[in-house]
Design a protein around this ligand. Structure first.
Ligand code: TMP
Length: 224
């Protein structure tokens, strides 16, 4: 390995899903669990995670301004992602931290690609450019029927964002997009039935991550 290509030692775990899938609660619980096991954990989110990226998040989710073209939306997301990757995620991984990120690249493919209908190849190229090809080792996809997820979100009208307000058809395309991604990468993306009661989803996540970490550590120690 060259002097500049420092290998990161931390693990990047991302949580994905449609609106009202419960992933944010599960991300918090997962972080508490991993911290209790003695891991150094960083809980972060996208869009966001740095001062500038959080500002871009506010612009992206605000529904009071002018309409935002899908391409503009994608560019803002990639801008936020680059800041987040450079300033937060990569440095943490280099320190050996386990990074738990609420949404990442798969959301862009699902929302901007399958949902908005932007060209998937262009999105993939731009995403590689924005992330420097950084990809999560493990992704938990919280899957919930669109009607269930939206009714959870719409029960909280005050916190509804610009994307929550999209038509049900849009959210169905996003969900189907997530399914396509999961079928394509079954080793990385684990689908979790998020229509189950909260506690049972938490138990599923704990067991899945515990088993995954065991296998991952075995695999990486063999490589050393
Ligand atoms: P959430 O994190 O509270 O779910 O809200 C973030 C919103 O941003 C959500 O509606 C999905 C959307 N989003 C995209 O459309 N593309 C992306 O790449 C990311 C990270 C989020």
């Amino acid at each position: 390995m060259g002097k500049t290509a420092r290998k990161s030692t931390g693990i990047l775990i991302t949580l994905e899903g449609g609106e009202g899938s419960g992933k944010t609660t599960q991300a918090r619980r997962l972080c508490e669990r991993l911290t209790a096991q003695g891991l150094d954990v960083l809980h972060t989110r996208e869009p966001g995670g740095t001062l500038l990226a959080e500002r871009l998040r506010s612009i992206l989710l605000d529904h009071s301004g002018e309409t935002i073209a899908p391409e503009t939306e994608a560019c803002l997301i990639f801008a936020a992602r680059r800041q987040h990757v450079d300033h937060v995620i990569k440095p943490a991984l280099a320190r050996g931290v386990t990074v738990v990120c609420d949404r990442f690249s798969d959301s862009t493919m699902a929302y901007q690609g399958y949902g908005r209908g932007l060209d998937l190849r262009i999105l993939r190229t731009m995403n590689d450019w924005a992330t420097g090809k950084l990809a999560p080792q493990l992704t938990l996809l919280f899957d919930v029927p669109v009607a269930v997820g939206l009714s959870r979100r719409r029960g909280r009208a005050a916190t509804q964002n610009r994307l929550d307000r999209e038509a049900e058809r849009f959210h169905r395309k996003v969900r189907e997009g997530f399914h396509v991604l999961a079928r394509r990468e079954p080793r990385r993306i684990m689908v979790i039935d998020s229509a189950q009661p909260l506690e049972s989803v938490t138990e599923t996540v704990e067991e899945l991550v515990r088993n995954w970490l065991k296998t991952y550590r075995r695999r990486t120690s063999r490589r050393r």
